[in-house]
Design a protein around this ligand. Sequence first.
Ligand SMILES: [Ca+2]
Length: 339
Amino acid sequence: MKKSIAIALMVLVLICITSCTNGKNKNETNTNFDEKIELILDTDVGADCDDMLALAYIAYAEKNMNVDLKAITCSSSADYGISAIKTFYKDLGMIPPSIGYASKSMPKYDNYCKQIVEKFGTENEYTKDNDAISVLRQALVESEKATICAIGPLSNISALLNSQPDEISALDGKTLLKEKCEKIVIMSGKFENQESLTPEWNTSLDIEASQNVVNNFPAPVYFVSYELGNSLFTGKAIMDKYQYDNPVSMAYMLYPGVIEAGGRPSWDPLSVYFAIGDSKEYLKLSQELTVTINDDGRSYINNEIKSNHYIIYFKDESIKDEISKYFDDCVIALYKSKG
Ligand SMILES: [Ca+2]
């Protein structure tokens, strides 16, 4: 009897230690790998190939982590963008979430979507579906606390912020975001060499939208900078293994200069990596600060004013190869699990 009481006490102590440890971790970072992540992805698929790796990494996370992808919206107007996303899911035997098209006419950069649809889709599956604003508003209504990850220009997110009450929700966009969005992670901004900056690509495509989101978003804004993503190459192992045999590898093979360079910078995969809380061992945050986007698209940091903005950095530069290998390995594991 005494022995069983002692065992029961030990179990209780162990449960307490475990729950206390988890509690501590929850307070250490703003992302939490242990809790379900309700994710909304806004992507300019077609422009750069790292959007495809981001999609594949999310699909891997849906299968292997506590990630619930609520919606995908396109921030490019590429004719085959939505079809390429649907084809990517179809090829994997997975059901895509609801997908929204760009809220306004945007550039139609397409380095691989048409070829992916022609090779892996049975027909051109381009449809108008819903507009991004409706899809985003609906996804927020259906979420408890969503994380938005935007890896293209911020046109859709800005329009969401400005949206008015409608049949989906009686709340305007800003109030809806305040209630239903935990954070936004944006691939945006160049911050090094503040005197000689050029605008970051995503920012430059819709400067007004970037300013609106950065200035008015009612939840913490996390920046994956040009510099962070530019220093971490991925895709070589995927290309070596699959060449043109799956949509992700095909996107890398087709993107100009990627074969010769042995990969592509990882702006978008790193954004998702932070958004889903998979990164707390490897990424760290700046102090709370303010990012300002000038009218010419250049981005500046003000460390003195606190505006719920944070810039993401590597904890240690020496672990970049490890992260790169991890991204490639996740994609390879995803396609191996396809059977
Ligand atoms: Ca992108």
